[in-house]
Write a protein that binds this ligand. Structure first.
Ligand SMILES: *[C@@H]1O[C@H](CO)[C@@H](O)[C@H](O)[C@H]1NC(C)=O
Ligand SMILES: *[C@@H]1O[C@H](CO)[C@@H](O)[C@H](O)[C@H]1NC(C)=O
Ligand SMILES: *[C@@H]1O[C@H](CO)[C@@H](O)[C@H](O)[C@H]1NC(C)=O
Ligand SMILES: *[C@@H]1O[C@H](CO)[C@@H](O)[C@H](O)[C@H]1NC(C)=O
Length: 203
């Protein structure tokens, strides 16, 4: 009984926090982000070396849409006025389509059945993947947020506005950019993980 309620509680708290508290537009649906088949989920601290090439992204449920975009941001960029932080766009890839059959991610922590988002049309990234590399500054640990946006019904104008926004990675606001494209309510899954500089911080 106690065990059941603890499991339920844990599931509920995970479900409400798949993007970091305060991040907008957030999601309570899991985006599975995996590097070499190993999921990097739920705020886990990942080794810098293991996250330097673009991950696979996937969902646990089969998606119905025809076109998706993934965005990844570092939301802990040090500024000249700590503890204030800024955001850097690390990746923006549009033109993803959901696989119709499940794939097994055979991770060390156990296998997981997922539906991959695939770049079958070889759409060029609007912002190519930048591997996380937090500097030796406060905060030493950075959160890297990934969101999946349903672009199935987006007009070309909306896609073009994403492309224009992605040309400037600094002080990137996912909320402003998606709102400008009319996609602020189209985030269907999210995730984040941390990467930590071993320090010490230089200032
Ligand atoms: C996909 O469509 C089915 C049937 O209309 C619906 O039950 C399901 O919730 C949809 N899934 C998503 C992820 O929207
Ligand atoms: C996971 O293991 C299954 C069963 O051995 C295999 O069929 C599948 O190809 C593996 N998946 C990956 C992504 O390696
Ligand atoms: C992830 O980074 C944030 C921002 O620095 C920090 O508040 C949080 O404690 C870190 N999480 C872990 C598990 O290190
Ligand atoms: C990038 O966008 C930020 C935030 O809108 C702005 O402050 C900065 O001046 C822009 N940089 C360039 C090179 O346009």
């Amino acid at each position: 009984m106690l065990y059941t309620s603890l499991v339920t509680l844990a599931a509920a708290s995970i479900a409400s926090a798949l993007t970091p508290t305060g991040f907008q537009p957030g999601s309570s649906s899991q985006l599975v982000v995996a590097y070499n088949g190993e999921p990097a989920l739920n705020g886990a601290v990942e080794a810098k070396a293991s996250v330097q090439t673009a991950p696979s992204v996937a969902t646990q449920q089969r998606l119905n849409g025809t076109s998706y975009a993934v965005l990844m941001m570092d939301i802990d960029i040090p500024t000249n006025a700590p503890p204030a932080v800024s955001t850097l766009l690390h990746w923006m890839q549009t033109g993803l389509t959901p696989a119709s059959t499940a794939t097994s991610l055979n991770a060390t922590k156990g296998a997981q059945s997922v539906y991959l988002l695939q770049n079958t049309a070889n759409t060029a990234a609007f912002a190519t993947y930048l591997g996380p590399s937090p500097p030796a500054k406060i905060p030493l640990s950075h959160m890297y947020v990934q969101i999946l946006v349903d672009t199935s019904n987006a007009k070309q104008d909306a896609i073009t506005s994403l492309q224009t926004a992605a040309a400037n990675r600094t002080a990137f606001s996912a909320l402003d950019v998606l709102t400008a494209a009319g996609l602020q309510n189209s985030v269907v899954a999210g995730n984040y993980f941390n990467v930590t500089n071993p320090g010490p911080a230089t200032d």
